[in-house]
Ligand binder design. Structure first.
Ligand code: HEM
Length: 370
């Protein structure tokens, strides 16, 4: 007959099965936590993986090795020159009267690295600033003045609504209409997209941080802020006819030509929130008459191809911030951080597996990539 007495730890003379049970419980709890975080138990929960999947489906195609959004762009390099006035708002080293070098990226919205510049409504600037105190500040800014929707789920719904229908290769108008009806705030963005004039260059476009951040100064005072990079290059509008006639790579061609003549500059303008300004909803612009404080200038000196330039392997996660700057609690910021990381991991994996170069060889490159 088998011996039914539990095994004994002879050193302590205590049965070992409670210890084994404890270990089994801890291992099961950890496995469950992983499964939950991966979203396998909650197929309806929005995860960064599901968001990137939706972006890829919306693109209609996956372009290995490229960003899953804002896929077409060029690397830029230069420095930020603080004028000292930002120090009353934030103790970030950037705002001292010093030059802080950056690697950045100018891009257009959309998921194709071969997208046409003259069809892209949204233009962008991203920066990774490295201060001499060893800290980093990464930011990714867009040419629209406010976000299209008020929540992460709504942006996911928008991404899905704009995905091509496999039957037609185009978005389904009924699904798009249902999205617009469910998100009245989107009307403001649609009006901007339709009516705001297009500028002739990346150089004369304003780039907006969109989400609210917190600045903390040396006295520990905290302020909610938004910021913009306003070009020193005068704005010039493109007519629809000029746009139609423009080359699909005109933005990188124009940038190269301008940089050959000298550096390009933008002023960083910071707006401080007033008591009733919405902090957690980036689809609501703050009143235009708010005072803007000029805290320094972005100076772009060089550009290079995104496939070989220093920006290729940078994830411009908007929550990588220096001391003196924090996220505001706007859930879109946390979502951006998670989704950019998932997108970054996919493109870096493509590159590591040698898939990216195959894709680059198959299609024509933009001027910036020659
Ligand atoms: C929940 C909302 C958002 C999601 C899910 C999202 C998603 C993404 C993804 C997947 C990328 C590619 C990241 C990479 O592979 O490195 C990206 C890039 C970018 N996004 Fe967003 N985004 C969101 C909101 C915004 C907002 C509000 C802005 C405007 C400030 C913005 C500006 C940019 C810019 C400028 C880039 C290009 C950065 C670069 O050059 O690498 N995004 N976004």
């Amino acid at each position: 007959m088998p011996d039914a007495t539990p095994p004994i730890d002879h050193r302590s003379q205590r049965p070992v099965w409670p210890v084994l049970m404890g270990i089994a419980l801890i291992v099961s709890a950890l496995a469950l936590a992983f499964v939950w975080v991966a979203g396998w138990l909650t197929p309806e929960r929005l995860t960064s993986t599901r968001f990137v999947n939706a972006i890829e489906s919306g693109n209609g195609e996956v372009y290995p090795g490229f960003r899953r959004a804002h896929a077409k762009g060029v690397c830029i390099e230069g420095y930020f020159e603080g004028n000292g006035d930002g120090a009353m708002l934030s103790r970030a080293r950037l705002f001292a009267t010093v030059q802080t070098p950056f690697v950045g990226r100018m891009s257009i919205g959309g998921g194709s690295p071969y997208g046409l510049d003259n069809k892209a409504r949204v233009r962008s600037m991203a920066l990774e600033l490295r201060s001499d105190d060893g800290q980093q500040w990464r930011m990714a800014m867009n040419s629209f003045p406010f976000f299209g929707v008020s929540s992460v789920q709504a942006f996911y719904d928008q991404t899905r609504a704009n995905a091509p229908d496999p039957a037609t290769g185009k978005p389904n108008p009924a699904i798009q209409a249902a999205f617009v009806a469910a998100h009245p705030e989107f009307a403001r963005f649609a009006a901007w997209a339709k009516e705001a004039p297009w500028s002739t260059s990346w150089a004369n476009t304003t780039y907006n941080g969109i989400n609210t951040f917190r600045f903390i100064n040396a006295a520990g005072e905290l302020r909610n802020v938004r910021w913009s990079m306003q070009p020193q290059t005068p704005f010039a509008a493109m007519t629809p006819e000029q746009r139609e006639a423009a080359d699909g790579n005109f933005l990188s061609e124009d940038l190269q030509a301008r940089l050959a003549r000298g550096p390009l500059r933008w002023d960083m303008l910071v707006t401080v929130a007033q008591p009733d300004d919405p902090i957690l909803d980036a689809s609501q612009a703050w009143p235009e008459q708010r005072e803007q404080i000029k805290v320094g200038s972005v100076v772009v000196e060089r550009s290079s191809a995104q496939t070989t330039g220093a920006c290729r392997d940078i994830n411009f996660d908007p929550l990588i911030l220096p001391t003196g700057v924090e996220g505001s609690g706007d859930p879109v910021l946390a979502a951006r951080s998670a989704v950019y990381s998932a997108s970054f991991n996919r493109r870096e994996r493509d590159i590591a597996r040698g898939k990216a170069s195959a894709a680059i060889g198959q299609q024509p490159l933009s001027v910036g990539e020659k």
